[in-house]
Design a protein around this ligand. Structure first.
Ligand SMILES: [Zn+2]
Length: 172
């Protein structure tokens, strides 16, 4: 189910993009995929999203070529970001930077580092150490200064996401 398309939306690519990723939960599913979540059950547990909704959102993401269904090494069904899906990273990162700026007074809740040199990477994707724009597969994610460590994760998937790790590395 996509949002209703109106005449005024025809010449707006934000509106068009939101038809794909603008529904509730969708960007959080994509976020989890960047954090390495691939299995249906892991998305369900980590997000606490009703299964019918998760099924619907994944269906849309697969139909739009943002994610693809496949089998992992054990033969279990998994959902992976496609190249098109990975190109959503700057969108998510910018949204996160905006959230940190206005809704996280203690500072960013998560920090990103360039795996190659350990430099902090800003919301625009630039590494403070080497000055390069760092693509998602070369990033490490870790709890930032605004991270709330007072409420430990209740499920193993969330606990893994909350520890320093490479972006996109599969959680299994
Ligand atoms: Zn760097």
């Amino acid at each position: 189910m996509t949002l209703p398309s109106t005449y005024r939306d025809r010449n707006c690519s934000i509106a068009r993009a939101l038809e794909v990723v603008g529904e509730r939960w969708t960007l959080l599913i994509v976020r989890d995929a960047f954090y390495g979540v691939r299995r249906y059950g892991d998305f369900a547990v980590q997000l606490g999203v009703p299964r019918a909704v998760l099924t619907d959102r994944l269906k849309t993401l697969v139909a739009e070529g943002v994610m693809e269904r496949g089998k992992d090494e054990q033969g279990a069904l998994e959902y992976r970001l496609t190249g098109k899906g990975r190109e959503l990273w700057p969108v998510l990162r910018a949204l996160m930077g905006w959230g940190d700026a206005f809704y996280s007074p203690q500072g960013p809740r998560r920090s990103f580092r360039h795996a190659a040199d350990g430099g902090l990477v800003d919301a625009g994707g630039r590494c403070a150490a080497c000055g390069r724009d760092v693509p998602a597969p070369d990033l490490l994610v870790e709890p930032g200064p605004g991270f709330d460590a007072g409420a430990p994760a209740e499920d193993p998937v969330s606990a893994l996401i909350d520890t320093p790790r490479p972006l996109l590395e599969p959680i299994s």
